[in-house]
Design a protein around this ligand. Structure first.
Ligand code: AMP
Ligand code: MG
Length: 697
């Protein structure tokens, strides 16, 4: 039930409204593949049918799933279909209306048709409100209906405030004319694209286009705000509703569409207005553009920091949101700030077992206080007021009773059944906790973008959240390329080596908390590689390739990405590392990593790691590094940044004895990287160097 594009149509039963955009006409709101388009004014239904057909065709050709919402009922109150057509099938009504409605830009027979239908029912009605000057047989002007036997509303309308019934043919806001003129067009579209369109909630939404019923009044507060800024009401309605449905989390979308209403239909989002309103208020940046990795012309070797700054600027969250209960939220990434619904602690309470009293009861010397009857315990508060001069037995966690502001530890008193005696010296408020001293209701408890820890769950629970809005887990696909590579465990031929990178990268991705998609080893062959990239773009939000990213004869990754993925070769001034091939394949970013395992890991940690955080909704973050004394000597020329395989022993940093980029044993030996600056350095033992443990990336 994931859609790429979202169209919302504000229908009109009236005649052509002329060339100039105005209200009470047909309006189309569209979010196309992540881009919000300007609301489109459509002057009549003939044009609307053409615009919608063209839109459906365009989205199908582009392989995008499209959800279209119309603001009129898809069915009549229960029983109508059978009376009119002899079947309980809403589509039989659609077809009946399609056959009987005569529609043209400047005239249509909707009032006559309503009268004609009324004639099939006993008594007067169910349709009423003749909006024409001439009389129409069987269609009353006033609501004098009776005996027609039809329910006044659908179950959905019974749940709404202010929804018009489909029986009223005229007057401001009436929907009768919209249904009679709208359903014939839906019926034709459904037939024209019979294999591609599913109508909700009558059919399962398994086809690329879904047509649903919506009602813009569900997001009235946001529409009113837009109107207050002089936007035409109808335009604001379709624009904001399209945004709302496009921004819904998968869970919310599912919940809204999970409806059984076989004959009458239903209004999408009914009962979920808060979610729709929140989604309508959410402005999202558009998806990645094909050219998003383009570099300024004439750039030679790009410094690491500049490359990172460009990634930071160009990448952003690409995953959807869903709501999960606390029990499923660990390690997920918060999609929305968590605001404390409740203070912690919610009430002033005692931190110890002891006796509570008003501080003003005390003298300056040792004293005795009589005990009131009863006690205060956690979950069983003391209901009365403790008078000045008295004390009450009180247990840890219990709410401070009225009249108590100070608690003395039970170990500091001598107690009888009726009195306690103790020494002077206790302070006002001793051993108590203030309400909200930890977190106050309304405070920010946790910030959007945070990866949720076990302790975060305690904080959420204590402050009254039982479910959290989180990002869907980023999916990262990995493939290795090269004719020399074979799967570990299989026999090797001449010149073949085992694929070392893929298992390393797949396991890194899991460590980072993302889900991994294994695309396997791909031969140095363009067709095979293309197929793998197509699959990756379908199944993942990011693709990592290793090998073949330079510009040699067998570097098919770069050849292909160049041809189709708007690739840019990022020549980053860094060692280890060779050019990084960055591209966008069917909207999905591709990081073409070098084949050498050492370079592949370094480039993943330095570039792909922060990129993944950005794509996953964690925002841009640099790894935490530590300045520690070097246990080695090294001279380095200026012009590029260097990363050395390193680890810490006895408080100083050791580096691997070889810098060879094929030395996988050194990767395994290391526990982190030393980052040496772009400029020249001469490091002696004891000098501070920048060390980043692998776990901090
Ligand atoms: P390439 O980037 O394709 O030119 O590869 C550079 C070096 O890395 C070559 O020696 C490749 O054999 C080696 N290499 C490429 N991919 C892998 C891999 N997945 N595992 C181990 N070595 C690899
Ligand atoms: Mg190769």
């Amino acid at each position: 039930m994931k859609f790429d594009s979202f169209a919302i149509v504000d229908w009109s039963g009236g005649n052509d409204t002329g060339p100039r955009p105005r209200k009470d006409a047909i309006w189309l709101g569209l979010v196309q593949d992540g881009y919000e388009l300007q609301p489109q004014y459509i002057r009549n239904r003939i044009e609307a049918e053409q615009v919608l057909s063209a839109l459906i065709e365009q989205e199908l050709n582009a392989n995008r799933r499209l959800l279209i919402g119309f603001d009129f009922p898809f069915g009549f109150p229960a029983g109508f279909a059978r009376e009119l057509t002899g079947k309980d099938d809403p589509f039989a009504v659609w077809e009946w209306l399609e056959k009987h409605l005569e529609d043209a830009p400047k005239t249509n027979n909707r009032f006559d048709l309503a009268g004609q239908i009324n004639a099939l029912f006993p008594g007067i009605g169910p349709f009423w409100f003749n909006g024409l000057s001439r009389e129409i047989d069987q269609l009353p002007r006033k609501d004098i209906r009776n005996g027609h036997g039809m329910p006044e509303k659908r179950a959905a309308e019974a749940m709404t405030k202010g929804a018009f019934t489909c029986w009223q043919m005229g007057g401001a806001g009436a929907v009768g004319g919209q249904v009679l003129t709208g359903l014939p067009i839906l019926s034709r579209l459904r037939r024209a694209f019979s294999d591609q369109i599913a109508i909700w909630p009558f059919e399962p939404l398994t086809k690329p286009v879904a047509i649903v019923e919506i009602w813009p009044s569900l997001i009235n507060p946001v529409v009113k705000d837009a109107e207050a800024k002089d936007e035409l009401r109808d335009a604001a309605q379709v624009r904001l509703m399209a945004r709302a449905v496009s921004c819904l989390s998968t869970t919310d979308m599912k919940a809204m569409l999970d409806v059984v209403a076989p004959e009458e239909g239903w209004i999408m989002g009914l009962g979920h207005e808060d979610k729709l309103i929140a989604a309508a208020s959410e402005l999202r940046p558009p998806p990645l553009r094909d050219d998003c990795f383009a570099l300024p012309a004439g750039v030679d070797w790009t410094p690491v920091d500049e490359a990172l700054a460009m990634l930071e600027q160009r990448l952003r969250c690409v995953v959807g949101q869903e709501t999960v209960p606390l029990t499923d939220a660990q390690d997920r990434i918060l999609a929305q700030d968590v605001i404390a619904k409740r203070s912690n602690p919610p009430n002033a309470n005692t931190a110890v077992d002891g006796y509570g009293f008003a501080f003003d009861s005390l003298n300056k010397s040792a004293q005795t206080l009589p005990l009131v009857e009863g006690r205060a315990a956690a979950g069983a508060p003391f209901a009365e007021t403790v008078p000045v001069g008295y004390a009450v037995r009180i247990l840890t966690g219990s709410i401070l009773p009225n009249g108590v502001d100070t608690v003395i530890l039970q170990e500091d008193v001598n107690a009888s059944a009726t009195h306690i005696a103790f020494n002077s010296g206790i302070k006002r408020g001793a051993n108590t906790r203030e309400a909200g001293e930890d977190v106050k209701a309304g405070d920010l408890a946790l910030q959007k973008g945070r990866r949720i820890t076990p302790a975060d769950l305690a904080l959420c629970a204590a402050t009254g959240s039982s479910e959290l809005s989180v990002f869907e887990t980023l999916r990262v696909a990995v493939l290795s390329t090269g004719d020399e590579l074979v799967e570990p465990g299989t026999p090797t031929g001449d010149g073949q080596i085992y694929d070392a990178n893929r298992s390393m990268l797949l396991s890194l991705i899991k460590r980072f908390g993302y889900s991994s998609v294994d695309l396997g080893i791909i031969r140095d062959d363009e067709a095979a590689l293309k197929q793998a990239l197509d699959q990756g773009a379908q199944q993942a939000d990011l693709i990592l390739t290793s090998g073949g990213a330079s510009s040699g004869d067998e570097d098919h990754v770069s050849t292909l990405l160049n041809a189709k993925g708007a690739m840019t070769e990022w020549r980053v001034a860094m060692k280890p590392g060779r050019p990084l091939a960055l591209a966008v394949w069917d909207g999905v970013p591709v990081f073409g990593l070098p084949g050498n395992p050492v370079a592949a890991l370094a480039c993943t940690l330095v570039f792909a790691r922060p990129a993944m955080r950005a794509l996953a909704g964690e925002g841009w973050q640099s790894p935490q590094a530590y300045n520690l004394p070097a246990g080695f000597s090294k001279s380095k020329k200026p012009g590029r940044r260097e990363y050395l395989r390193a680890r810490v022993r006895d408080g100083s940093v050791e580096v691997f004895h070889s810098e060879g980029s094929g030395r996988i044993s050194g990767l395994s030996w290391a526990e982190g990287l030393v980052e040496l600056p772009d400029g020249a350095v001469r490091i002696k033992p004891g000098d501070l160097v920048r060390y980043i443990p692998f776990g901090n990336f």
